[in-house]
Design a protein around this ligand. Sequence first.
Ligand SMILES: Nc1nc2c(c(=O)[nH]1)N[C@H]1C(S)=C(S)[C@@H](COP(=O)(O)O)O[C@H]1N2
Ligand SMILES: [Mo]
Length: 168
Amino acid sequence: MSPTQSKFLTLIFFTCLNASVGTFAQDAASISVSGEVVSPLNLKISDLKAYRQVGHKVKDRDNKEHEFNGVSLIEILEKAGVTTGSKLRGENLAKYVLIKAADGYEVIYSLAEIDPEFTDQVIILATQKDGQLLPAGEGPFRIITPNDKKQARWIREVRSIKVLFAKE
Ligand SMILES: Nc1nc2c(c(=O)[nH]1)N[C@H]1C(S)=C(S)[C@@H](COP(=O)(O)O)O[C@H]1N2
Ligand SMILES: [Mo]
């Protein structure tokens, strides 16, 4: 084997290694769903395959259209047993969802902002952008809220989703 060939093979080897370690890291990451839920969840990307897949084409802060794919936040809350749909009335309207990221960033949504009986907007827990897994620093999970004119609640690197009660 010539030195050029062996350099080439080494390059291929490390490229493949890097890709598989990257995929492994993506699948090791998980998000927790806890708080005012019947069944707390701990979800990895592979677990989301059992959920209905949703997508949105939206402009990101780079002012370009991107297609985000993932699952709807409401479906995750429903699987965890949150008071959505017909149960979202009375004091349950004082519940909200606190979403935390790896960098400590936190945002909230009230349950009524997420529930399809209150809004047509589908908030996505995205795992893909333009057909690729979300890159480090953005994923593996990111919230996309199409109707928010500012992207400030489009929280990147989501680690946990907690349902809380604001009632006094
Ligand atoms: N985890 C995390 N997500 C975040 C932020 C942050 O600091 N940390 N900033 C928010 C704000 S203020 C904006 S405007 C958008 C910007 O996202 P972008 O710069 O990646 O397009 O991300 C939002 N999501
Ligand atoms: Mo921002």
